[in-house]
Design a protein around this ligand. Sequence first.
Ligand code: SF4
Length: 254
Amino acid sequence: MALNTHWISIIYTDQFVHPMRSEQQTFGRKCREAEDIIKWVAGKYGAEAAFACSFGAEDMVLLDIIERVTEGGNTISAFTIDTGRLHPETYELMQLAANRYRQKIDIYFPESSGVEAMVSRFGINLFYTSVEKRKMCCRVRKVEPLKRALRGKKAWITGLRREQSQERADVVPVSQDRSSNLVKVCPLAEWTDDDVWSYITRHRVPFNPLHLSGFVSIGCQPCTRAVKPGEGSRSGRWWWEEGEKECGIHTSRL
Ligand code: SF4
């Protein structure tokens, strides 16, 4: 028996949709929107759009989406920053991603003269001694290479999500970023943790095994640790500090 339009409208009214189906529809919509945003940015900016890949779970999702919707054609540019202090697992994932995906990811290193001067004056683990020294290290090892990587670009694609922290609660999918003067593109702005891990599972995306040991947000090895259930997703970053958990990449004037 064919369904009449009355029943069709009831079945597709939100309140009658089974919760599981509703979640799947929402997840499907978010995936399509993220794909559309990437297609749009690739079409509008091409290689003048740069995807900043940290190899965290969100960025692995974005890498996979970029590979699928741009057919791995390196339509946009992509880069990562090797601070010199990353976890061994992150380096292994970098190589795994290079083997699996056709999208080329350029690696930017900090200026050696800046690192040498900083370490010679303040020591190799200066970040533990004060917030100012920690921010100095982030500036030298992350923000300076980021500036070079974004030079000449018009759009900056990142895996920021609102759910990640209080500081990121206002993230929107596309905005004009005042600190960098670039169009900032955050296709996963609305995604939840569950969305990220659903995508990774469904598409068999490689991910950093540290996520399985309680590491949620993975940065440099000396500055990141696992978090306990219920702790904020960025509380494992610079755990010895109180307050804002940002390295300056998304908050400094670039
Ligand atoms: S996260 Fe730690 S090691 Fe990495 S750049 Fe910042 S202070 Fe330095």
